[in-house]
Design a protein around this ligand. Structure first.
Ligand code: UCC
Length: 616
């Protein structure tokens, strides 16, 4: 009864307050005095300006113990840490606000000019253009091709990208494709030198971004049979492309790489992968009109709303052949390697960002009488997120290191094989980790994690795409099988010997022994599985593809964590991370195999379960 009276009292007070305010006749001081006399608990002055402290974003470089230690160990060159610290400050002070504006001011499609003429324009906000300039100046693509740090140039470049990504409003998407296009051109022996120079310049007036238009109406996975676009040869040796690109990211690009089927003199094309060739096209003509492109519509997406993703009709787009005829898929595979590595970097960066914000918040938010940071259960949850993030970080940086060595022509045969195997493994595994860690991170803010204008939900929305674009988890698992088949198993031998070598330094550390024992057992079981699987029918191998990829990821991450924990300046935290990582099932492909998950009758049972109750 007393409570009800009190509430009614409050309502009256609030009503009086709003009436007073609407007549603008009561000064703030007078209200405060009134409240202090009456002790009205929910009056304006009593609730204050804020309900809760917000988590602050501080320099992502100085806050990142593992990144700094990793660079201290491997890239202790003069100025690298100082440069990244400077850039980290720029991310906080400048990039963060631009990225947020890109989320709040998404691209719009303008179809007609004021006089009714069809003139497709995708309008992006100023902040998007500003991010483009920053990207050029900072050499976010260029750094990879300048090769200032030799074998470590990719590690340097991707460290910068990792700091940039979580604040950059998905500008990493055009950068990924730009870098991928530069890589393709370089690998093909510079057939488009001018374009290459523009893609890799630091001069923002000359800087070009590139698209990667692969996905057509039949979908983006089965590129070889789904690509309908045709290329008609012109007398001058150029081609006109006709087709429908269903999901094209960052359509404000200056140029694009795309696949099409060259028609013969009778208009026929070759089906399948052998019929696909790679083309380069500039998106805009010199007069500013589009190069035979109609924008059908912008995509309405769950996340990545900052990116102008569209459906495009190519209606006679002028393009030049870049690859040998019929070598389109093999040629664009180099671009896929780069964009998949970007995907991996962005996944780890999203994890790191949410972990930073979560731990910052835990130092401010008080519940049940104490700060979140003093609740052991809460800290355990954050610690598990941290272990995932550290494992993902080391795998990502290792793939970048391998790429850098390959590009600097110093990779051994084993490293080249490992790069091929671990690129899809890293992409598929970190993408899933990102969704899970970011989702957990949102939960650590309670209801605030679900509130749009905190900016937190967009981190989860944007993470969700990571397991989809550049190949879904299953498509990439099949790519792992492709790499094994194509190398006749050599990628697995490279994997095994690399892991074994990395584990040697851990032998001298008693603290690491439990992790070392688990990891060696997992590696042995994994290799036994792979040897036995070689004798199985192809279907059984396919069924185990996802679990095999997960096992490769977990074992390799474990080896990298042990390696890092055996370093001379390793900390207790590094040792603890390795132990925690290795206390999970490191080799799910073996445990699932033992449970019969890949048996032939299991497929029928899976099917019966999935379609149970479905009425056709
Ligand atoms: O376009 C998209 C959205 C763009 C957004 C980009 C933003 C990224 C931002 C990230 C950071 C934020 S999404 C597009 C999604 N689609 C895909 O990723 C394609 C997925 N599908 C595949 O990966 C397929 O498995 C295909 C297309 C590669 C399979 O085609 P085929 O024709 O069946 O493949 P084959 O016959 O096995 O291989 C053809 C050739 C072979 O070379 P050769 O002829 O010399 O033997 C293969 O070895 O291609 C080679 N190859 C590869 N080489 C195939 N895959 C690879 C690879 N991964 N690495 C090297």
């Amino acid at each position: 009864m007393a409570v009800r009276v009190c509430c009614r009292g409050n309502r009256v007070a609030l009503h009086m307050l709003s009436r007073s305010l609407s007549h603008s006749s009561v000064s703030v001081e007078t209200l405060s005095e009134l409240d202090s006399h009456t002790h009205t608990p929910f009056s304006r002055s009593a609730i204050g300006t804020f309900f809760q402290e917000r988590p602050l974003l501080t320099n992502p470089f100085t806050q990142d113990a593992l990144l700094r230690a990793y660079l201290q160990r491997h890239l202790a060159e003069r100025g690298v840490q100082e440069e990244l610290e400077r850039f980290g400050e720029r991310v906080v002070c400048e990039v963060e606000a631009l990225g947020r504006r890109c989320e709040l001011e998404p691209p719009v499609l303008q179809r007609y000019d004021p006089w009714g003429r069809r003139r497709d324009r995708i309008l992006t906000c100023d902040a998007w253009a500003h991010l483009r300039r920053i990207s050029a100046h900072e050499g976010l693509v260029a750094a990879a091709y300048e090769r200032t740090y030799g074998d470590w140039s990719r590690v340097y470049q991707m460290s910068k990208m990792y700091l940039f990504a979580p604040s950059a409003g998905l500008y990493t998407c055009p950068l990924a494709m730009t870098d991928g296009a530069a890589k393709v051109i370089e690998t093909l022996g510079m057939p488009a030198r001018k374009a290459f120079e523009r893609l890799t310049t630091r001069d923002d007036k000359r800087f070009w971004t590139s698209g990667q238009w692969m996905t057509e109406r039949r979908g983006g996975s089965d590129v070889s049979s789904g690509t309908e676009t045709v290329a008609k040869r012109q007398q001058d040796g150029w081609f006109k492309l006709y087709g429908f690109k269903w999901f094209t990211s960052a359509t404000d690009a200056d140029m694009t790489l795309t696949l099409a089927r060259v028609t013969d003199e009778n208009g026929r094309t070759t089906p399948g992968s052998r019929g696909l060739s790679l083309f380069l096209a500039e998106v805009w003509d010199s007069d500013g009109s589009s190069n035979g492109i109609e924008v059908q519509r912008l995509k309405d997406k769950l996340g990545t709303r900052q990116v102008p993703t569209a459906e495009l009709l190519l209606d006679g787009m002028n393009a030049r052949l870049l690859s040998e005829e019929g070598r389109g898929v093999a040629s664009i595979a180099n671009m896929l390697t780069i964009t998949r590595i970007y995907n991996t970097v962005c996944a780890v960066a999203a994890m790191r960002r949410i972990v930073h914000l979560s731990r910052e918040y835990a130092c401010k938010r008080s519940v049940f009488g104490k700060l979140l940071k003093d609740h052991a259960l809460h800290v355990q949850t954050l610690s598990r997120m941290e272990v995932e993030t550290r494992a993902a970080f080391l795998l990502t940086m290792e793939v970048c290191r391998l790429l850098g060595r390959e590009e600097n022509r110093s990779a051994s045969e084993r490293e080249t094989l490992l790069l091929r195997l671990m690129t899809p493994v890293a992409k598929l595994y970190t993408a899933k980790q990102a969704v899970s860690v970011v989702s957990e991170g949102l939960e650590s803010f309670g209801g605030q994690g679900y509130i749009e204008d905190t900016g937190l939900p967009s981190i989860l929305r944007d993470a969700q795409v990571l397991s989809i674009w550049e190949g879904t988890t299953n498509v990439l698992s099949l790519d792992v099988l492709r790499s094994i088949a194509k190398s006749s198993g050599l990628v697995l031998q490279a994997f095994c010997s690399d892991v074994q070598e990395r584990l040697l330094p851990a032998e001298s550390s008693p603290a690491l022994r439990p992790a070392l024992t688990s990891l060696r057992a997992a590696l042995a079981a994994l290799m036994r599985f792979c040897e036995a699987a070689a004798a199985r029918p192809a279907g059984a191998m396919e069924l185990s593809a996802r679990d095999l990829a997960y096992s490769l990821a977990r074992v390799y991450m474990g080896a990298l964590l042990l390696d890092h924990a055996s370093w001379e300046h390793a900390t207790h935290t590094d040792v603890y991370t390795a132990l925690r990582w290795c206390d999970q099932d490191l080799c799910p492909v073996v445990s699932r195999d033992a449970a019969g998950c890949f048996d032939s009758q299991t497929t029928a049972m899976d099917s019966a379960l999935v379609y149970d109750g479905l009425k056709l």
